[in-house]
Design a protein. Structure first.
Length: 744
């Protein structure tokens, strides 16, 4: 991998498998692969897979292949091949000499097909697609064998060779594996693995008119390349049996690849379906695959995300076996955290309002810091100041609302790094709209500090009207207005939940230093947000993409979750209870301590639920601190949010989370890594819990018989024995489901 600075995440189940395989001698070299289909651009979900596959290879001194699954030429395009390579490199990974295509193996895959037919393990079927679908059966009823299943080896070989020669039209025949039409796994009911497609292929031209299907090409390509660990997402879990069947049926040599599945990434306010993303592109709902509102890697790159931020996000969410949805706020926190440390500072106003400094007749320049806090060496830039400036229109109000801390008639504010000014009047147009604000300035406050120590109402950013330059700002926001775009009222689609305000185009003014930036440069406009110079910029016509605001503007706007209606008895008790509830007391306790409140708010900014974070800080953190203050510990908001996420996902119990908290307070670090170090990760995998439950039931036959006879209260007894047998590591919810299933 090209970027040696990529931080290795904590242990996960994939790395645990790899480590054990190396220890057992099953593999001597770790070889993983990232196998995209070139039918679209990669998105943030693929970034998680890229980081995992390339990261595992890096961590164990192995290699990761980039292999394109180009077996469906009707939907593939060289543009997608190029974009995928660019995205992988941008993320900081390199496949070296290990760039492959499934089409590299077409001849070998065809030879394997003849071998399967000769062994009686495959046949040519002439049913239509609809007939095959109808004959598959259901999960509760077996399928019906194809009437062509009994063709002889000679007949099948003859048909296959004629298929390859192009004698038949699309859909006339398919090659199917002869397995078991009654198999409970529907994937194993004589699945097709070769089909006729008279389509030009970008790499093989017209040499082929039959193409292998994914389940066949993928596992055999892994075997040909010597892949040790084939890591894919959970939707392929049922395909694993077929993956192994093809390799076993061909009796391929050891060591053979094995498939392992992990949870794919689902992100709020986003779609991860290539088909639906393609629809957005084709219908013109967005401006191409690299539209900065898209969850594609190219879109995020154009928006201004950094590869370091994306990798940090992928590390933080970890690798799990159960699907869950990640709050986009966690990704945005990673972006803000990274840009805050690296983006140079400048000033700009998105909606300029002219400000006239009356009595100021000269011109001068102020030296303002341009480096991020703590960046070495520190840098500064010279910002011109004259009697005419621009401020943001939202920083002035003729009739200010309560709590407004910026400029208003008669009010004094600080111009960042310059002077204190007081509003003395306004200019308006015929409609009464304010066109300019007039202010008096205090010469004694040069540099933004008053000799008498007085504090102004607020501090405003500004740009000089003479030397500042215009810029087209694309103020991007979330593409969807709903956190779950695919869920909504009956009769609606995800298109109905597009955010109408996802893009606003503004004519801004920025200080002259920004005009010198090159395409791709990122910087922070103070008090406004982070921005990137877009490719559409030309000399004298600057275009800026707003990467992200300085703070999460969606947190306050998100609708509160409506609580479930309480039972009547509970409601009556609540009416009789004191007005101060436990939740209120927890909030008061945290808000009363600035350090605790800051920790809670930082966790919320990192994606934690506010109520959950408040209660945890008020109870568990306060208790664990003892006599210490938050500043005396190594715990930060991001680690706390990570711990709360692990608890919410059932990775750790409440009791175990307190043990993890104690370590985080003393040492800091990655909560997931601490969980694994302490050995307190809950087991939620049903296949792992099944033998534990079976052992408990076998040890208590009398209780099992009584339960099945109607004594349902024994569920608690049996559940307690399961927890004891698992040494408390079983996820209670998952264990309960397995227990109930085995008691049926």
């Amino acid at each position: 991998m090209s970027d040696s600075s990529v931080r290795s995440p904590g242990p996960d189940f994939v790395r645990a498998v790899v480590q054990q395989d190396l220890a057992d001698g099953r593999h001597s070299v770790v070889r993983t692969r990232f196998p995209p289909e070139p039918n679209g651009y990669l998105h943030i979900g693929h970034a998680k897979s890229i980081c995992l596959n390339f990261g595992v290879a890096r961590d164990f001194g192995g290699v990761c292949h980039l292999r394109f699954d180009d077996t469906n030429p009707a939907k593939e395009d060289p543009e997608f091949v190029a974009s995928i390579q660019e995205d992988v490199r941008w993320l900081g990974f390199d496949w070296g000499d290990n760039l492959f295509f499934a089409s590299d193996y077409f001849e070998q895959l065809y030879a394997f097909a003849e071998q399967l037919i000769e062994a009686g393990r495959a046949y040519v079927c002439s049913q239509t697609e609809a007939e095959m679908r109808a004959a598959r059966g259901t999960v509760t009823t077996p399928g019906t064998p194809s009437p062509y299943r009994g063709r002889t080896v000679a007949e099948n070989l003859d048909l296959l060779r004629r298929m390859r020669a192009g004698e038949f039209p699309d859909g006339a025949h398919v090659v199917r594996a002869r397995i078991d039409m009654a198999n409970p796994n529907m994937k194993m009911r004589d699945p097709p693995f070769y089909r006729i497609r008279h389509v030009h292929h970008d790499r093989t031209g017209d040499a082929w008119c039959i193409y292998p299907l994914y389940d066949y090409a993928h596992c055999l390509s892994d075997a040909i390349e010597g892949i040790s660990h084939s890591v894919c997402t959970l939707e392929f879990e049922n395909n694993r049996e077929l993956y192994d069947w093809f390799i076993d049926a061909l009796d391929l040599p050891e060591p053979r690849p094995k498939q392992y599945e992990f949870a794919r990434l689902a992100l709020t306010y986003n779609l991860m379906s290539k088909r639906k993303l393609l629809r957005l592109v084709e219908e013109g709902r967005v401006n191409g695959w690299d539209d900065p509102r898209m969850p594609t890697i190219s879109g995020m790159r154009r928006l201004g995300y950094t590869p370091e931020a994306v990798r940090a996000f992928c590390d933080r969410i970890g690798v799990a076996k159960a699907n869950s949805t990640v709050d986009i706020a966690l990704l945005e926190h990673a972006v803000r955290d990274d840009l805050n440390r690296r983006a140079p500072r400048a000033m700009g106003v998105l909606e300029p309002l002219r400000l006239v400094v009356e009595g100021y007749t000269g011109s001068e320049a102020f030296e303002l810091a341009s480096s991020a806090p703590g960046e070495a060496p520190e840098r500064s830039r010279s910002v011109p100041f004259s009697g005419e400036l621009y401020i943001d229109r939202e920083d002035f109000a003729q009739d200010p609302p309560e709590g407004f801390r910026r400029l208003a008639p008669g009010r004094e504010v600080r111009l960042r790094g310059a002077y204190f000014v007081t509003c003395t009047g306004v200019d308006t147009d015929a409609s009464g709209a304010v066109t300019a604000v007039r202010c008096a300035f205090d010469p004694a406050t040069r540099g933004g500090e008053a000799p008498d120590g007085r504090k102004p109402s607020g501090t405003l950013h500004w740009v000089d009207a003479v030397t500042s330059v215009p810029a087209t700002v694309r103020a991007y926001d979330r593409l969807f207005s709903s956190p779950t775009p695919e869920e909504g009222p009956e009769g609606t689609t995800f298109l109905d939940r597009l955010n109408p305000d996802s893009l606003r185009t503004l004519t801004a003014r920025v200080e002259a230093s920004v005009a010198e930036a090159a395409v791709g440069d990122r910087f922070q406009l103070e008090r406004v947000g982070y921005f990137r110079v877009d490719e559409d910029s030309t000399p004298g016509a600057l275009v800026l993409n707003r990467t992200i605001t300085l703070r999460d503007t969606w947190a306050k706007a998100a609708p509160a979750v409506k609580p479930k209606k309480a039972p009547k008895k509970a409601a009556k008790a609540q009416e009789q209870a004191p007005a101060s509830t436990e939740g209120t007391r927890a909030g008061d306790a945290v808000d009363a301590d600035a350090a605790l409140a800051g920790l809670r708010d930082a966790a919320v900014a990192a994606g934690a639920d506010r109520t959950t974070a408040t209660n945890f800080v008020a109870n568990d953190v306060r208790r664990a601190l003892g006599e210490r203050g938050v500043a005396d510990t190594r715990l930060d908001g991001a680690s706390l949010a990570g711990l709360l996420a692990l608890q919410a996902e059932g990775v750790v119990s409440g009791k175990a989370s307190r043990r993890v908290l104690a370590v985080l307070l003393d040492e800091g670090g990655d909560p997931a890594a601490v969980v694994d170090r302490l050995g307190v990760r809950q087991v939620s995998d049903a296949s792992a819990l099944a033998p534990v439950v079976a052992e408990v039931l076998a040890a208590h036959p009398d209780e099992v018989a009584r339960f099945r006879g109607g004594e349902t209260k024994l569920m608690g007894f049996l559940m307690g024995r399961v927890m004891r047998a698992s040494r408390g590591k079983a996820d209670p919810k998952a264990a309960s489901a397995v227990l109930r299933d085995q008691l049926r």
